[in-house]
Design a protein around this ligand. Structure first.
Ligand SMILES: [Zn+2]
Length: 114
């Protein structure tokens, strides 16, 4: 059954096109060694469709969305008299936190796990 994405789904157009091209290449590679003139019509059709998809993805207006900023927590050791402690600083805004949250509460960066 053909699956069609719902309107409003946000994707990375470059990654999408690379996957379209990769899929096309896998299909085309089944005909390595076949003379260009002897390629089946669907291979040439696939090449044309892949090109059209690439141009559409290039020209299509971007969605009204902010890119996700990724960061990571950087541990820093401090000393309070004789008691050492650690705070985790956001790599994007340097905001200190007592624990490693999923998002930085100061700048909103999405924190990647290592
Ligand atoms: Zn931050």
């Amino acid at each position: 059954m053909l699956k069609i994405p719902e309107e409003g789904k946000l994707i990375d157009a470059g990654k999408f096109y690379n996957e379209v091209y990769r899929t096309y290449t896998i299909a085309k590679d089944r005909f390595i060694g076949v003379d260009q003139a002897d390629l089946p019509d669907f291979v040439r059709f696939g090449e044309a469709v892949t090109g059209i998809i690439g141009e559409l993805a290039y020209d299509f207006a971007p969605a009204d969305a902010e890119p996700v900023v990724h960061g990571k927590w950087v541990a820093r050791e401090y000393e309070d008299g004789a008691r050492p402690y650690v705070l985790f600083h956001c790599s994007e805004c340097d905001c200190p936190n007592a624990r490693q949250r999923v998002y930085c509460p100061e700048c909103g960066a999405k924190m990647d796990r290592e």
